[in-house]
Design a protein around this ligand. Structure first.
Ligand SMILES: Nc1ncnc2c1ncn2[C@@H]1O[C@H](COP(=O)(O)OP(=O)(O)O)[C@@H](O)[C@H]1O
Ligand SMILES: [Mg+2]
Length: 230
């Protein structure tokens, strides 16, 4: 990727400090990254190296101390929270380290939610699409269950289906296959690969799963606050 115009995500000289406590904690410093359409990038690194912090910044869920982040051509720093929300709903998907499903809704309703919020797709199509995604992660039989009635791995798969239902331009995943057995993890890998081809979806995936990392186009290690090509 050299054409910055076509990058889905571009960040330059990114830094993040946490000032709480007696001394300043420099989590990220002079971090640069460029991701093009349909590219899949893995980020590995030891616990506490700043992986979750990085994803939060790139998705506009936290503000950097300095540096520039452009997502789908938009400079996050210049956007109001409402504009960032709209950008996230239109272009991004996010699978959190802890799934964040809505407890009072069923699996099918949770997966449907991003499309319902967009208010652009007829209800019947939303249901069909959400069912297709649940099927792809092997959970169609659990569509009517609420998160409390699902195992940790099943909740994680619902969260993955929810992040992908809008066919986003860019999906952030924070240790998405940590709770999954190898068979199910393989299904999720396949889903990512087919989406990146069919919808040109890009992925930035934080993972400890080297089997998953190896299937990505590039693997970076987050080390001393910056990304090193592995
Ligand atoms: N809101 C916060 N306030 C202060 N320190 C934080 C905050 N969030 C994360 N940290 C610290 O930043 C470092 C990186 O955290 P994190 O990004 O969660 O690491 P990872 O996801 O790689 O395990 C850790 O030392 C963590 O304690
Ligand atoms: Mg983390």
């Amino acid at each position: 990727m050299t054409e910055s115009m076509s990058a889905v995500l571009e960040c330059k000289a990114l830094a993040k400090n946490f000032d709480e406590g007696p001394e300043k904690l420099e989590v990220l410093k002079d971090l640069n990254l460029m991701v093009g359409p349909s590219e899949r990038v893995a980020v590995v690194g030891s616990s506490g190296s700043g992986k979750t912090t990085l994803l939060q910044l790139l998705a506009g869920l936290d503000r950097p101390s300095s540096g520039e982040i452009r997502v789908c051509g938009h400079d996050l720093a210049t956007m109001k929270d409402t504009q960032q929300n709209e950008l996230r709903n239109r272009h991004l998907g996010f699978v959190y380290q802890f799934h964040h499903l809505l407890p009072e809704f069923t699996a099918l309703e949770n997966v449907s939610m991003p499309l319902l919020l967009r208010k652009k797709t007829p209800i019947r199509q939303i249901k069909e699409k959400a069912e297709r995604l649940l099927d792809a992660v092997g959970l169609l039989a659990r569509a009517k269950h609420k998160p409390a009635e699902l195992s940790g791995g099943e909740r994680q798969r619902v969260a993955i289906a929810r992040a992908l239902v809008t066919e986003p331009d860019l999906v952030f995943m924070d240790e998405p296959t940590g709770n999954l057995d190898p068979n199910t993890a393989e299904k999720v890998h396949g889903l990512m690969a087919s989406l990146s081809k069919a919808s040109r979806t890009s992925f930035i995936v934080v993972t400890h799963d080297m089997n998953l990392a190896r299937q990505m186009d590039r693997v970076y290690r987050l080390e001393s606050g910056t990304l090193v090509l592995d």
